[in-house]
Design a protein around this ligand. Sequence first.
Ligand code: BMA
Length: 880
Amino acid sequence: MYWCACALLFTGVCSVFSPVPEQLSLSGTWTLSGQDGALVLPAVVPGCVHSALRREGLIQDPYFRFNDVSYRWIALENWTYSTTFAASAHLRSRQEVELIFDGVDTVASITLNGNLVGKTDNMFRRYDFSVRELLKEADNLLQVQFLSPVVYASERSKAHQSYRVPPQCPPDVQKGECHVNFIRKEQSSFSWDWGPSFPTMGLWRDVRLEGFDALQLQQLSYLPLYNGSGSQWGLQVELLIDAVRTTGVQVTFSISELGLEQVFQTQFLPGRTKRTFTFNIEKSSRVKLWWPSGHGDQPFHLLSVRVFVDGSLMLDREVKVYFRTVELIQEPIPGSPGLSFYFQINGKPIFLKGSNWIPAHAFQDQVTPAVLKNLLRSAVDANMNALRVWGGGVYEQDLFYDMCDDMGIMVWQDFMFACAMYPTEADFIQTVREEAVQQVGRLKSHPSIIIWSGNNENEAALATNWFNISASQRPVYVKDYVTLYVDNIRKIVQKEDPSRPFLVSSPTNGVESEQEGWVAADPYNPHYGDVHFYSYLSDCWDWTTFPRTRFASEYGFQSWPSFSTLQPVSVGEDWSFDSRFTSHRQHHQSGNQQMLEQAALHFHLPNATDLLRRFTQTLYITQVMQAQCVKAQTEFYRSSRSQVVGGKGHTMGALYWQLNDIWPAPSWSSLEFGGKWKMLHYFARSFFAPLLPVSVEDDGALIIYAVSDLSADLKLRAVVTVHSWAYLDPVCSRTSDLRVVPGGSAAVLYRQPVATLLAGCGRCTRLTCLLTFHLEDSAGIQQGSNNYHFLSSPREAEGLQRANITVKVQQDGGGLTVTLQSSSIAAFVWLDVGNIPGRFTANGFLMLSRNKTVGFEPWRPTSAAELSRSLTVTTLRDVY
Ligand code: BMA
């Protein structure tokens, strides 16, 4: 249907009414010029200056050796992106044409054909401008002039005269830039304690023109509504519409599977309108529920949305809709001061198992779908059901949340503020408000997101005075804190998304923090909310050093990545633990030393005379240490889920710091840059298993728990086997009585003084023997995985030989397998295939039998011969 009318009167162009809005993508290759025009090069959009320089060979790999420092100049300069394009007569004849930037990083002026169309100051916002009148047929020149983010942040901080907004600069060891809190940009891009300083600049998301004659849909979001008492589901669908023509609009919603068809007649005022449509789903009993991984499937229904104007179909969209409820339960616990803190999904209490997510690359344009998929798949493969998108990074791309929806990963979503105080000037608050409205609107339809949280550690930073703020100045900062996170962000979230809990910070005491004026005296109080806990030098095998918290949202230990991950970014002289490179990559003060000190508590440190050998073995020992430390702490949290000890316990979450890496460097991650699994990630697969036996020693007694995340009750007993370090054959074993292990609990199955256990078992001592244990049912069938318990540090183990291990790699119907044959017991057996992408089915294990076969899942076609050529085996006894 065509429609031509009086538009001619106003514009001189006859408008041909065309039902469907049209788009012209402006992504692709632009021209990038440096300050003073000295450098001119092609630059791909979406992308950034660093990536463009790299692609043109004008810089080396920014991750190579000391290049983070060598390339500091890039972010100190101003850069301009420009492109030219043609705009067809048809596009220009539209009633409205918008120029849309999905992401501008960060401070820029945008001109079209020499006319200023707008300015940007926030990489977390989408920007759009009405540009119809500025377009011409050919050679439209679009320019985006970027200011150095470093210079901008510094100027903003200087302009903030009345009081300082700390921290001014990151610690020297991070080799970063200052005042990142003054710019709405990925906070870790000015450096972090695991990441380089690459303050990027560029168009990091798509750019396009959109033309339309009646209306255009800018955002479609929905929230499921649930009325518990009537078991009644409904939907609230929100359309963000830019309109020119306003009357005679019909909107229809249908979900054929649920027999739903809703029709609304409406109209829109010219300009931008948010319109909410709410309706019940009569056939609620047919609604399929979304569950977190390990608790059920992730089904969806397809919602079709159609918008007609004067009977013409204008918009036709189909979106997935998921149904689930989420509650954060903070209520009194009998016998315990404080309040509980746990999540209920669809009414079921769920223990959150997982980690913390940081940006997957310093240059976001290099975070491809394959990179995301590999990292998230690895999380689920390690039995994780939750990730916290940490507040110093970015609100992730849509695909990240789509994948989390699909895989059943619950997301704890921070707002992007971390480890700092923030200014509250009117324009800062204004841009943050827009950011919050847009991000909540963009993300709230995802069932994976189960909570919003205002910032990372800023309540704790104030409460425990990280920045030496004087008592008299403190109220100023508390006021700023409340203004930003409570009066603005919290209010926006409550309005835009009342379906999810909101926490002002992490860690926090939750409702208790609120009662204390939003900054609790002790945000780390284990009786309330979530806790972040780090202690690098106290013995990580000693569970009494861990806080028995309601919810552990951060804890961890560093390790080094493997040699194959470091090799491409280093050269021979870098390959020792005391090289300049090794200390340059370490961004956490004394981090390398702390790793060795922690490792030395339980292991001999590598002492090979060959330097390269000593280096690779040191990398290995840091991974052994990290894996054991995080295992001990996580198992402690999981075993505390049903207990209250001294008023503390009922732990319902364990999210270790951190899942992934931003570059090849030492960090707390369990996945190396590139996706390779560290030993910790293999351990996580075990310690997050749905059914897990856990050991604790308390006052000389061995206690074995069965920790179950399963729904059904089980009847189980614990089987404890005593092994001598010196022989492959077990010495003896003990079995507990059968006991009911209720679904979703941690139940004690076995308790016996270690001395008694050993006395009844040959000539074992704590130094000569170790324990393994597992669970079995009444028929004697093993349930869940094996676990082990050291009776002394392996460094003191008597009788542990250097094992002679032979390996055979085979390819058969079931895929690639590695079969090991060992002459004696071996600890922390580590299979490494260098840079062949893939993972083993188990690694870092205790070898307590002569033969063991593990699978290898390649991430690209790989032959047995290739695998065999790259395979090395390291065990604990090899390093000393
Ligand atoms: C936590 C995080 C990060 C940091 C990590 C390790 O506090 O929130 O800021 O990288 O500790 O220090």
